[in-house]
Design a protein around this ligand. Structure first.
Ligand SMILES: C[S@@+](CC[C@H](N)C(=O)[O-])C[C@H]1O[C@@H](n2cnc3c(N)ncnc32)[C@H](O)[C@@H]1O
Length: 204
């Protein structure tokens, strides 16, 4: 029999064609009154859960396409009484491009996105010029993006695309505290070098 799961923190929009009404989904904050941090490809949510627990004054959105991983986040967030997390099961490019409102995000975390190492699969990579347009549109002025990957050729490609885009400025890389290391990072830590790059939307 199919398992029925109670989803408390899911964002399930009525309208998939227009930006989310954030004030509806984040009633504690809403309408841009609190910082909004988005974990793109949040996986099982070790980072998202730790970050949300440490920052009750901000709202957190996890986006992933794997429902089982998101259900784990839902369960843990409810168990720990975290009211500042919501999750959206959706393709990350679609979510950032069409569902996140303009000028609404303080921080994006994009940790260990699938690197698609084969040349014929490159088109599946998340970071490209249109995705940067979507990040730019949805970030607040001075909003930040933190990226990390264990795949150094992918790291070099992403950094080259960002450096070529004068709408963004490099900032010191985000170094997670121990409890904020992601599930994937824990797999690689001490075994593989990790590339980290952070940048912000230029003000003015
Ligand atoms: C390598 S895992 C990293 C997960 C997490 N950020 C971490 O560091 O532990 C990549 C995650 O991105 C999700 N993902 C990959 N492509 C995606 C896409 N196009 N849209 C949404 N999620 C995606 C996968 O389901 C997976 O959970």
């Amino acid at each position: 029999m199919k398992k029925v799961f109670s989803e408390s923190l899911r964002i399930l929009p009525d309208d998939w064609l227009n930006p989310l009404p954030l004030a509806h989904w984040f009633p504690a904050g809403g309408a841009g009154q609190r910082p909004l941090e988005v974990d793109v490809g949040c996986g099982k949510g070790r980072f998202l859960l730790a970050r949300a627990a440490a920052h009750p004054d901000a709202d957190f959105l996890g986006v992933d396409r794997m429902i089982g991983r998101l259900h784990k986040i839902d369960r843990k967030a409810v168990r720990h009484g975290l009211t500042n997390i919501r999750w959206l099961r959706l393709d990350a490019y679609y979510a950032v491009t069409y569902m996140i409102p303009e000028n609404s995000v303080t921080t994006y975390y994009i940790f260990f996105p699938d690197p698609w190492p084969k040349k014929r699969h490159r088109e599946h990579r998340l970071f490209n010029a249109p995705f940067l347009d979507s990040l730019f549109r949805t970030l607040k002025a001075g909003g930040q993006v933190h990226f990390a990957t264990d795949h150094l050729p992918y790291f070099d490609d992403v950094v080259a695309v960002i450096k070529a885009d004068k709408r963004f400025a490099k900032i010191p890389p985000f170094e997670p505290a121990g409890e904020e290391r992601t599930d994937f990072e824990l797999l690689f830590l001490g075994k593989t070098p990790i590339g980290r790059y952070s940048f912000e939307k230029q003000r003015g």
